[in-house]
Design a protein around this ligand. Structure first.
Ligand SMILES: [Zn+2]
Length: 737
C-alpha cells in the first residue's frame, strides 16, 4: 500500500490511489487513503499558525531521519510517538514542496532527466513519514491518532493539489510529453512520461485559476468527509456488540467460536461471551448459532453500521461525498465520477465494467434461487416452520454443505495451522520465484505481535527484501486483511531492499497452542501473500511504476491467482497437517473440498456483485442529490436482488467506496481481475501443472516483475498469447457460460 504515494510528486490522486493499499475485505481506515494523497498545503497550514517549524519537539524528529540499521535501513517503528506525526508531516511536506519548486523553476530547458526523473527523486522524506503514518492509521489508530488524522486529512489533500496545480511544473512535464526527444526514450521511460502527464491533467493541471481553487476546496472537503466516514464505522464496530450470557446462548457454536467470543468479552471487560460488530466475529456466529433470534440480532447490528440515525450515522456524509465527486468530475471534463475513475483502468469505461457485471449477475441470481430452494427444503424437512431470511443464509448453507458434500468445515480446520500455512506460502514462493525466507530478528516493529523475515534468492543468496507479518487483531487495527508496501523496489535512488507487509485479524490462540484457521482464511492468506510477491518480484527502474502500482482493476490479479496454489497437493500434503497428529489432510477430505468448490457461489457472487453494481450506479448518477437509503432500496429492487441476501457492504459502511477515492467506482475490480485470474491459471493447467517452471518464469517476467511499466492488457497478452476469456471464470464459479 503505501507507497505509491509518496512519490510524492506525482502521485497525484489518480494513480496514487491506485496503489494505495491493497486491502481486501477492506474496511479501510481513512488514514491510508490519505496517505496517498499526501502533500501539504502550505497556505492552509500557515493560516492555522502551524508553520513548517516543528512545534514542541526539542530533539530532531526521528520520523524525518533516514531509515537506519540493517537491510539498507528499516522503518523506525520503535521510535514512533503519535505527537511526532504532525510536525513530521508538516516538515516533510515543506521539503517536498521545495523539491518540486526547484524542479519547476529550473532555468535549464525541460528534459526527461531534469523534470520526470527529478520528480521521481523528490519527496523522499515525506514518503518515509507517510509510510509510518499509514501503518499507524491502519494498525495502531487509537483516539489520539484519530484526532491527528482528522486534522491532517484536508491538509494532505490540499498539499497534493499544490503540486498538481503548480503551473510551471506542469508546463515542463507537458514540454517533455510533447517533445520529439520522447521517442528516443525507452518504453518504460515513455510510459512514465505519459503517466505523469495524464495524472496531472486528470488532477486539474489544465484548469483555469478559479476552477483550480474550487477543485482544491472539493478535495479538502472530501478528505475530511472520508475520515469522518471511516471513523464512524470504526466507532460502531468498536462500540457495539451482542452479549451472550449463558450456555444456551452458545448453542451450536464450535469451540473455536466460543473461545473467540470469550476472548472478545475479556478484551471489553465483560462477563461471559460476546459477538463484536466485525465481520470476523459476526460471520462465524451466523454460520453456526442454532439460536435464530440471536442470529437476527447479530445480523441487524452488523448490517446497520453507520445507519443508526445517531452521531455516527453516515447517510448525510455519503450524500455530500457523492455531490462533491460529481462536481469534481464535471470540472475535470468527465460526464461522471465513474468515467473519470475508469479512464486509465483496464476496463477503460464504466459501460464495459457494467457489461461484465451484468453478464455474471443473471446466472448468479439464478443460482441463489437454487441455493435457497435447497435450504428451504432442508428447513422444511426438519420441521423448522420458517422461511429463509438473510440471517438464516449462512447457517443453512453450512447445513446443506454437510448434507450435500458431507463436508464439515470444522473437520478441515485442525489441518490448517496458521504457522504451517505461512511455511506453505514461503515454499510456493520458492518454487515459483526461487525465493527463500529467513527470520530477521534485528528489525524494530510497531507491536510485539509483528514478525519479520528477510527474502533472498534461493540460488544466489542475493537479498531481495523484507516481509513483515502482523497477523492478529487488536484495538485500533482495522479489520480485514491487506498488504502494504513500506518501501518499493526501484533503481533511481540506488539499490534498495523492498519492504512489504501482510496484515490480518486472527484472534490469537491460547498460549502454546497452534492457531487454527478456516479454509477461507487460508485462501485469504495466499491472496495477500500474492500481493506481497507482486511487490517483491518488482524489477523496474522508476518508483512510480513499481510493484503493485498498477491499475485498480488489475492489481487483484496476481493476488487472486496465488489463491490457486493452496489447494495443490504439494501444499496440502506438506503443510495442511493435523495440529496433533502431524498427519497430512486425508485425500478424501481434499476431494470433498474440491467437489464443493462451486458450492454457495450464488451467495458469494451476489452479495459482492450487488455492492459492486451499486457502487457503479451511484457514481454514474451525476450530480442529483442522493438519499442513500432510498437509492439502495430502489437500485436493488431494479436489479432483482434476492431478498434472502444483503449487500456485502451496505452504503453507510462501504469503506472501499467512501473512506477514500481509491475503490470508488472500482469495487468491480475484484470481478474484473478474477476473469483474468481464472483464465491465467489455465496456462498452468494446460502446461505441466501449477509448478511448471516455464509458465512460472513467463508469469514472473510478464506479470509479477513489470509493475506499471507496460499496459496491463499488453502484459497479459505477452504472458498468455491472447486476451483473457470470461469462460474460465464462469466455470470456476459453476455458472453456465
Ligand atoms: Zn487483494
Amino acid at each position: 500500500m503505501r507507497a505509491l504515494i509518496t512519490r510524492s510528486s506525482l502521485l497525484l490522486f489518480a494513480t496514487a490511489m491506485i496503489a494505495l493499499v491493497v486491502a481486501d475485505n477492506l474496511k479501510t481506515a481513512g488514514a491510508n487513503a490519505m496517505k496517498l494523497t499526501s502533500r501539504k498545503p502550505e497556505s492552509s497550514m500557515l493560516k492555522e499558525g502551524e508553520t513548517p517549524a516543528l512545534p514542541d519537539i526539542a530533539e530532531p524528529n526521528p520520523l524525518l531521519a533516514q531509515w537506519e540499521g540493517p537491510y539498507g535501513g528499516v522503518p523506525p517503528f520503535d521510535k514512533v510517538q503519535v505527537s511526532l506525526f504532525k510536525p513530521a508531516l508538516a516538515a516533510a511536506m515543506s521539503e517536498n514542496l521545495a523539491d518540486v519548486d526547484k524542479i519547476a523553476n529550473d532555468s535549464a530547458a525541460p528534459t526527461f532527466e531534469n523534470t520526470i526523473v527529478a520528480l521521481e527523486r523528490a519527496g523522499q522524506t515525506l514518503e518515509r513519514v507517510s509510510t509510518i503514518y499509514g501503518v499507524w492509521g491502519s494498525t495502531m489508530a487509537g483516539p489520539e491518532f484519530q484526532a491527528v488524522q482528522r486534522e491532517m486529512a484536508p491538509k494532505l489533500a490540499a498539499f497534493n493539489d499544490k503540486i498538481t496545480q503548480n503551473e510551471a511544473l506542469f508546463q515542463r512535464i507537458e514540454a517533455v510529453y510533447n517533445s520529439p526527444a520522447k521517442k528516443k526514450l525507452s518504453s518504460e521511460q515513455q510510459r512514465l512520461v505519459w503517466l505523469d502527464y495524464t495524472n496531472f491533467v486528470r488532477s486539474g493541471a489544465k484548469l483555469n485559476g478559479t476552477d483550480k481553487a474550487r477543485l482544491s476546496q472539493i478535495n479538502q472537503q472530501l478528505a475530511g468527509l472520508f475520515t469522518k466516514f471511516s471513523q464512524n464505522v470504526l466507532a460502531e464496530e468498536d462500540g457495539q456488540f451482542v452479549a451472550l450470557k449463558s450456555e444456551a446462548d452458545l448453542a451450536g457454536l464450535p469451540q473455536s467460536v466460543r473461545d473467540a467470543a470469550a476472548a472478545a468479552a475479556t478484551t471489553k471487560k465483560q462477563e461471559g461471551w460476546l459477538i463484536s460488530n466485525t465481520r470476523s466475529s459476526v460471520d462465524p456466529f451466523l454460520t453456526y448459532s442454532d439460536r435464530r433470534d440471536l442470529r437476527e440480532k447479530v445480523w441487524r447490528m452488523f448490517i446497520m453500521r453507520g445507519d443508526n440515525g445517531d452521531e455516527h450515522d453516515n447517510n448525510s456524509t455519503i450524500t455530500q461525498i457523492l455531490q462533491l465527486r460529481a462536481e469534481r468530475a464535471k470540472l475535470l471534463g468527465f460526464p461522471t465520477h465513474a468515467h473519470w475513475r475508469l479512464e486509465n483502468s483496464m476496463a477503460k469505461t464504466p459501460e464495459r465494467a457494467m457489461e461484465l457485471m451484468m453478464a455474471v449477475w443473471k446466472p448468479a441470481v439464478a443460482r441463489v434461487h437454487e441455493e435457497v430452494g435447497d435450504m428451504q427444503a432442508l428447513a422444511d424437512k426438519e420441521g423448522a416452520k420458517i422461511k429463509i431470511e438473510p440471517w438464516d443464509y449462512r447457517y443453512y448453507a453450512e447445513r446443506v454443505r454437510k448434507a450435500k458434500y458431507d463436508l464439515d468445515q470444522n473437520e478441515v480446520k485442525p489441518y490448517l495451522q496458521l504457522e504451517k500455512l505461512r511455511e506453505g506460502v514461503f515454499w510456493v514462493a520458492g518454487e515459483l520465484f526461487n525465493f527463500k525466507f529467513t527470520p530477521a530478528t534485528n528489525v524494530p516493529v510497531a507491536h510485539s505481535d509483528i514478525r519479520v523475515w528477510q527474502v533472498a534468492d534461493k540460488t544466489s543468496g542475493k537479498q531481495i527484501g523484507l516481509w513483515y507479518f502482523d497477523p492478529y487483531a487488536r484495538a485500533g487495527k482495522r479489520s480485514g486483511a491487506w498488504m502494504n508496501a513500506y518501501r518499493t523496489q526501484e533503481r533511481v535512488n540506488g539499490q534498495i531492499t523492498t519492504i512489504v507487509s501482510n496484515n490480518a485479524n486472527f484472534v490469537k490462540g491460547k498460549p502454546g497452542e497452534p492457531l487454527l484457521i478456516s479454509w477461507d482464511d487460508a485462501t485469504t492468506m495466499f491472496h495477500e501473500f500474492g500481493h506481497a510477491l507482486h511487490g517483491l518480484n518488482s524489477d523496474v527502474t522508476y518508483p512510480s511504476l513499481s510493484g503493485t502500482a498498477v491499475a485498480r482493476d488489475y492489481v487483484e490479479f496476481p493476488s487472486q491467482l496465488m489463491e490457486h496454489w493452496l489447494s495443490t497437493p504439494e501444499v496440502l500434503n506438506r503443510f495442511a497437517v493435523h495440529y496433533q497428529t502431524g498427519k497430512p489432510i486425508p485425500q478424501e477430505l481434499v476431494d470433498k473440498i474440491k467437489r464443493s468448490a462451486t458450492f454457495n457461489q450464488g451467495f458469494i457472487t451476489v452479495e459482492y456483485l450487488a455492492a459492486a453494481l451499486l457502487d457503479m450506479k451511484l457514481h454514474l448518477a451525476g450530480d442529483r442529490k442522493i438519499d442513500p437509503r432510498v437509492f439502495e432500496k430502489e437500485a436493488l429492487d431494479e436489479l432483482g436482488m434476492p431478498h434472502e441476501i444483503v449487500l456485502r457492504h451496505r452504503l453507510p459502511q462501504f469503506m472501499h467506496v467512501f473512506s477514500s477515492d481509491s475503490y470508488s467506482a472500482g469495487y468491480y475490480s475484484y470481478l474484473w481481475a478474477d476473469v483474468i485470474t481464472a483464465d491465467a491459471f489455465g496456462a498452468f493447467t494446460e502446461a505441466g501443472g501449477p509448478y511448471d517452471k516455464k509458465v512460472a518464469e513467463r508469469l514472473r517476467k510478464n506479470i509479477f516483475s513489470v509493475g506499471n511499466t507496460i499496459d496491463p492488457a499488453e502484459a497479459y497478452r505477452n504472458f498468455r498469447g491472447r486476451d483473457p476469456k470470461v469462460e474460465a471464470l464462469m466455470k470456476k464459479r459453476g455458472f453456465p457460460s
